[in-house]
Each structure stands twice: as structure tokens, then as C-alpha cells.
Design a protein around this ligand. Structure first.
Ligand code: SAM
Length: 353
């Protein structure tokens, strides 16, 4: 090793890498646990030996024990060292075992598996700067996106985010027209349809597979009549709306300014546009933290390739920052663009016609 190495800095970097490697090593274990229902089984068994857990889960005891120990070392499972039993605390069950929990985070692992599986197609376009159409991403990304964002929408969308934007709740309660652009599986669309029974609800997405999934989910929930879904890009849907939303998708679009201009034309007088975007600072140096690490990584493997596959290919990235996003809305003709609300992970940006 060279004489110019700062050994303390080297050790610090190596320890950081070890922590990240340990976290990444859990990805397949979490997927196996999710697919085989192991978290729900462990919740139902209560404190159990590896043998009893394996019997309840109908899996091999040796695999069960190694899986339980790995997750215990991570703090994702509780290890009772006196009698070598394993259980889930209520908090561990809330984030891993209960699909409808507002604290659920297991969907992140679908997304991570999708990112890993996207490696080959994204590596191909790194030298050329070409894009990868969303539909050519690994399918885990589609359902992972829906599942990862759902708990946050369930906790925030109706209760906290929409009320922060002046006039939106009144418009929707009064039978206003709402469009969810880039709606994906329609998780947000269904929540809004349910919360505002008088509103007219439409969902649009460029990806046919996501629209089919959204239609199926709304039919399964008995809401097929309430929501009109159509496969359409952000520059070719029809109708005019009191509230237009782009939830976690404007930065994925090739031409966000074109999409915002098109939205302006399709917003009624005094209508509102709402963006949900990942929280970020306008200055890259301020995004050098855990949230930045996660979103710049998602962005490299998903958002930037998607945007580059489309017309213009602006590739805003998932850490575009509020100034750039508000600037796009104002350039499109909207007024009063501002951050209406912010959490550690999401910003609500609004503007009016
Ligand atoms: C990260 S996902 C978010 C989906 C959904 N809004 C949610 O929050 O779960 C981004 C979505 O934007 C859609 N999208 C990308 N470019 C688009 C475009 N130009 N027009 C319409 N939808 C687009 C993708 O198909 C994808 O469903």
C-alpha cells in the first residue's frame, strides 16, 4: 500500500463498506422470507425454536436456523439467547409481516431485486447514453414501486399531503375532476377515489402493464366504476381537471417541462397541480447522506434510464431539488409554485393555474 494512505480514513471507509455489504447481503433472504411467508409465520408462532418455526413454516430446519440467525444479527428478528428461540417484536411485525401495515417496508426488497436485475440493461446504455424504456425494466420494479410507496401514501396522502395544498380537499369533496398522471398501479388513485366519493377520478400511465394492474386492483376492491384508467403518456391524455397530480413520476419523464405545459392546458381555471417528489436539496453537496445514497442509486438504475428512453430525455433524476421542479412548473405557466409540505423522504410541491 502507498505511503500516502491515511490509515484511519481507510479503515473508516472499509467499515462503511462492510455495513453496506451486510445490508445488501440481506436482500435475497428478505425476498425468500417474503415469498415463503416466513415473517407472518414467525409472528403467528410467537417465540419459537428453529425446529418449531421450521415445522410451522414447512421448511428445512437447517435453512430456517441460518435464516433466523442472519436476520437476528441484523436486528430484524428478535433472538432470545437464553433458550435460543426467535420471535418478531410488534415493530418488526409491522414492517415485515403485515401487508396492510402503514409501517410496511418489505416492498423495498422487491425494488432492490428489480434494481439488481436491471444491471445488464443499464450497463449496456452507460457508454452510449441511451435509455431503457420503463416497460423493459425488470418486473420487480413495477410491483416494488407500488408496494414500497403504498404505506407512505396510506399514512400521508389523504391525512397530511392533500390538506396542505389550498383548495384541493374542497375541490375533490365538491365533485371536482382529478387526474393521477403516471399513476402506476393506481395505489394513490384508489386512495383518492375512496376518500372523495363525489370526485371524478382518472388515472393515466404510459406503461400498459401498470394500467392493467391498476384496473385489476380497482376491480378487486369493487371500485372499477369509480376510476377511469387509460394507457396514455403525460403528453397525450384527454380531459380537463381541477386537480392534476404527478406522484413520484415527473422526474422519470423524458420531457417534464412538456408534461407540465400539457398539464397546464388540461387544468381548469383556478385548478391545481401537485407533485410528490423525493426530498432533496437543490445543492448536490447537501444530498450526501443516506437518503441521497438511496435515491441517487434508484435514479441511476431506474429514473434516469426511463427518462433518457423518452423524447427530450432530460433525466432530472430523483434528487432534482425543489428549485428546479418549481421552475419547471412556473415555466409551464403555473403560478405560486412552492413546497407545500416536506418529510424526510418526500416533498409535496404545488402550483396553481
Ligand atoms: C416511479 S413510478 C410511480 C408510479 C405511481 N405514481 C406511484 O407513486 O406508485 C413512475 C411511473 O411513471 C410512469 N411514466 C414514466 N414516464 C411517463 C410518461 N411520459 N407519461 C406517463 N407516465 C409515465 C411509469 O410508467 C411509472 O408507472
Amino acid at each position: 500500500m502507498g505511503d500516502n494512505l491515511d490509515i484511519d480514513a481507510l479503515k473508516k471507509l472499509q467499515w462503511k463498506i462492510m455495513q453496506n455489504v451486510a445490508a445488501s447481503a440481506l436482500i435475497p433472504l428478505m425476498r425468500i422470507g417474503d415469498h415463503l411467508g416466513l415473517f407472518a409465520t414467525l409472528e403467528s408462532t410467537g417465540p419459537a425454536s428453529a425446529e418449531d418455526f421450521a415445522a410451522a413454516a414447512k421448511i428445512d430446519t437447517r435453512y430456517a436456523r441460518e435464516w433466523l440467525l442472519a436476520l437476528s444479527a441484523a436486528g430484524y428478528v428478535t433472538f432470545h439467547e437464553t433458550d435460543e428461540r426467535f420471535s418478531l417484536s410488534p415493530e418488526q411485525a409491522a414492517v415485515f409481516a403485515n401487508e396492510d401495515s402503514p409501517a410496511l417496508m418489505i416492498g423495498a426488497y422487491d425494488l432492490l431485486a428489480g434494481m439488481v436485475s436491471n444491471e445488464a440493461v443499464v450497463k449496456e446504455v452507460f457508454p452510449t447514453g441511451a435509455g431503457v424504456a420503463y416497460e423493459n425494466s425488470h418486473p420487480c420494479i413495477f410491483q416494488g414501486t407500488a408496494r414500497f410507496f403504498k404505506p407512505s401514501y396510506a399514512t400521508n396522502l389523504i391525512q397530511k399531503w392533500l390538506p396542505r395544498v389550498d383548495g384541493v380537499v374542497d375541490k375533490l369533496q365538491g365533485g371536482g375532476h382529478f387526474a393521477d398522471i403516471g399513476c402506476g398501479f393506481g395505489i394513490s388513485t384508489m386512495m383518492i377515489a375512496e376518500a372523495f366519493p363525489n370526485a371524478q377520478i382518472s388515472g393515466f400511465d404510459i406503461h400498459a402493464g401498470s394500467i392493467s394492474a391498476a384496473e385489476k386492483l380497482s376491480a378487486d376492491a369493487g371500485m372499477a366504476e369509480r376510476i377511469q384508467y387509460s394507457q396514455a403518456s403525460a403528453k397525450d391524455y384527454t380531459g380537463s381537471y381541477d386537480v392534476l397530480a404527478f406522484f413520484d413520476c415527473l422526474h422519470d419523464m423524458g420531457d417534464p417541462l412538456g408534461a407540465a405545459r400539457y398539464a397546464f392546458e388540461h387544468t381548469r381555471e383556478d385548478g391545481v397541480i401537485i407533485l410528490i417528489e423525493p426530498t432533496a436539496s437543490d445543492v448536490a453537496a447537501d444530498n450526501m447522506n443516506t437518503i441521497g445514497q438511496m435515491y441517487y442509486s434508484f435514479s441511476t438504475m431506474g429514473c434516469v434510464p426511463t427518462s433518457k428512453s423518452q423524447e427530450v430525455g432530460l433525466a432530472l433524476g430523483a434528487q432534482a431539488g425543489p428549485a428546479r421542479l418549481c421552475g419547471i412548473l412556473e415555466e409551464a405557466g403555473f403560478r405560486d409554485a412552492r413546497v407545500a409540505h416536506k418529510t424526510a423522504t418526500n416533498m409535496v410541491i404545488s402550483a396553481r393555474k
